[in-house]
Design a protein around this ligand. Sequence first.
Ligand SMILES: [Fe+2]
Length: 259
Amino acid sequence: MHRIVQLTDLHLQSDPAISYKGIDADAHLQQCLNWIMNLKERPDLLLLTGDLCHQGSHSAYKRLHQMLQRTGIANIWLAGNHDDKVTMASVYGKPIDELQQQSLGNWQLLLLDSNHQPDGCGGGSLSVVHLQQLEYLLQQLKNQPTLVALHHNPVPIREHWKDTLMLANGADMVRLLQQHPQVQAVLCGHVHQVLDRVVRGRRFLSAPATSVQFANPWEEVTLQPELGPGLRLLELTSRGQLYTRIQYLPKLNKQLHAF
Ligand SMILES: [Fe+2]
């Protein structure tokens, strides 16, 4: 059994004394990490699916790196629309815009950068090269259970919802994944709420943010202030089964300045 914790949409501020939508983003992340460290079963991997640092500043990535290092747990960083890939890579130590591949037992993790041709409003896409690499790897690894992860949601949060900030070429990705039943799930962030939908035979999952939760698709002003930080736990069995659940943590009462 292998265990992954997905952490997403951390939105660490350049100055940790400044709030992100009324909350202390650093404290929320630390609360999640403390909770993870108290788990009876230690995770093998922390998977961070983007919007790690709200303004993409070097100091925020450094703080993130230090907080993660203290857990002693391996971690993978994916970029979101708020991240600065160059600055992020300089702290992470690896390129952020290349397809990353990682094995976990007999499982494969394929990690994509969804910030190709950003629209400037929060949307993103996968490059043609990335889609071709993904197709090639899925053909090569057709007998291995696989997870695919990226920041932007490739499918709308709700059926029939016109989601203008999702992955622009999500339909291409969904069509490709339809051909590859070894993909047990696609993990994304970006939406600050829980998504669990099966589209064309593949399961699309998001995790709640470690920062703040949105109430509805892209109504950012509609927060769910009663909800604390959240995360997704995943268990991968050697037989290729995936078990997953969401965990919300208690709301912190610490107040920070909003500017
Ligand atoms: Fe976000």
